[in-house]
Write a protein that binds this ligand. Structure first.
Ligand SMILES: [Fe+2]
Ligand SMILES: [Fe+2]
Length: 185
């Protein structure tokens, strides 16, 4: 994916990003390039959507594993948990507070509550032996619930919110969100 790398660098070299990237040590800059889909995507909605797709892809692989593949299960669960943690920080530290600020408290609280369920699912799966027959059922339930949350965000809540904001504010949210994600990636 050579375009990805160029895209990331191109984006990092633009706008407000330039200021902080210039001051970072090399390992951080390298990390930014390897960070994945969010910096390559356009605005905050596109970035979050790209992260949703990545998690879905990993989930599909996880759901195809069998009980005799404990390492694979652990590895894929860790990958999902890591991606969702970064994703939650971006949404909870920037997007949801911005929704609250703009009269969408109820929606924001509902989405935060969903994130609480996500954390519980991850906790449960980590505690349960991967060869427990309930493990894959729990993972399946987790995925179904997550997809519902993602659909709500993508089909309604996020596009409607973006539409309601001035372009400048959307650009500001995108910058803030990328920075929040960058810090935990
Ligand atoms: Fe979310
Ligand atoms: Fe999301």
């Amino acid at each position: 994916m050579p375009n990805h790398t160029n895209g990331n660098l191109g984006r990092l070299a633009t706008g407000a990003a330039l200021g902080f990237v210039a001051g970072l040590a090399l390992p951080h800059a390298r990390k930014a390039v390897a960070q994945g889909p969010s910096l390559a995507a356009g605005d905050w909605v596109d970035a979050l959507k790209a992260e949703h797709r990545l998690v879905e892809k990993t989930f599909e692989a996880l759901l195809q594993t069998t009980a005799d593949e404990p390492m694979k299960r652990q590895m894929l669960l860790t990958k999902i948990a890591y991606a969702l943690t970064k994703h939650a920080v971006e949404e909870e530290n920037v997007i949801y507070p911005a929704m609250m600020e703009n009269g969408r408290e109820e929606q924001a609280r509902h989405l935060v509550e969903d994130h609480g369920d996500v954390k519980t699912f991850i906790y449960d799966l980590r505690r349960m032996p991967t060869d427990d027959p309930r493990w894959i059922d729990t993972a399946r339930q987790f995925f179904a619930q997550l997809q519902e949350h993602v659909r709500e965000e993508e089909d309604d809540i996020f596009p409607t919110f973006r539409e309601a904001l001035p372009q400048e504010e959307n650009a500001r949210l995108t910058r803030m969100m990328n920075w929040e994600g960058f810090k935990v990636a």
